[in-house]
Design a protein around this ligand. Structure first.
Ligand code: MG
Length: 161
C-alpha cells in the first residue's frame, strides 16, 4: 500500500541571514530567520515524509527551543527523518516539491538541489518553483514558502508496524 504525506513550511526573510534552499546556499541579500539553517524546502519535505508515515511533524521531533538543533543543517534533520521512517519498515518512493519564492531565481541551483536531495533520499526527487506574481508577503520578499508531497511504501509487506 502506498502512503502519501504533505508538507508545508514558511520562513521570514531578513537582510544578512543565510539563504539555504534544498541544501544549496544562495548568495542573496536576505536569508531565512530560523532556529535551524532555515531550509524551508527541506522542512516541507521532512513534514511530507513524516506525514506519510503518520509520525507527526518536524516540530514535534526537533523542537525549535532545543539547543541541539540550533543552526543545524536541515539535511541532517532529513537524514534523521528518513531513519525514523526506515526503522518502521517504510521506503520512500518519490518526493515532489515546490518552492514559493519571489527572488532569487533558482537557476542552476535547482539541479544541484535535486542531486543533493536525491543522494540523501535515494528516490526520485523533483523541485519546482513559483513566484506569487509579487502578491502578498512572498511577493514583497518578506518570506518564502515550500510545499512537498512524499509517497512511501512498505519495504517488506510482511512486516506489520
Ligand atoms: Mg521551517
Amino acid at each position: 500500500m502506498t502512503r502519501v504525506g504533505i508538507g508545508l513550511d514558511f520562513h521570514r526573510l531578513k537582510k544578512g541571514e543565510r539563504l539555504i534552499l534544498g541544501g544549496v546556499e544562495y548568495d542573496h541579500v536576505s536569508g531565512t530567520v530560523a532556529h535551524s539553517d532555515g531550509d524551508v524546502l527541506v522542512h516541507a519535505i521532512c513534514d511530507a515524509i513524516l506525514g506519510a508515515a503518520a509520525l507527526g511533524d518536524i516540530g514535534s521531533h526537533f523542537p525549535d527551543d532545543d539547543p541541539a538543533y540550533e543552526g543545524i543543517s536541515s539535511i541532517k534533520l532529513l537524514e534523521e527523518v528518513l531513519e525514523k521512517v526506515g526503522s518502521r519498515g517504510y521506503k520512500l518512493d518519490n518526493v515532489d516539491s515546490t518552492l514559493i519564492i519571489q527572488k532569487p531565481k533558482l537557476g542552476e541551483g535547482r539541479e544541484e538541489m535535486v542531486e543533493k536531495l536525491g543522494e540523501v533520499i535515494e528516490a526520485p526527487v523533483n523541485v519546482k518553483a513559483t513566484t506569487t506574481e509579487q502578491l502578498g508577503f512572498i511577493g514583497r520578499e518578506e518570506g518564502i514558502g515550500a510545499q512537498a508531497v512524499a509517497t512511501l511504501s512498505r519495504r517488506n509487506e510482511n512486516i506489520d508496524v
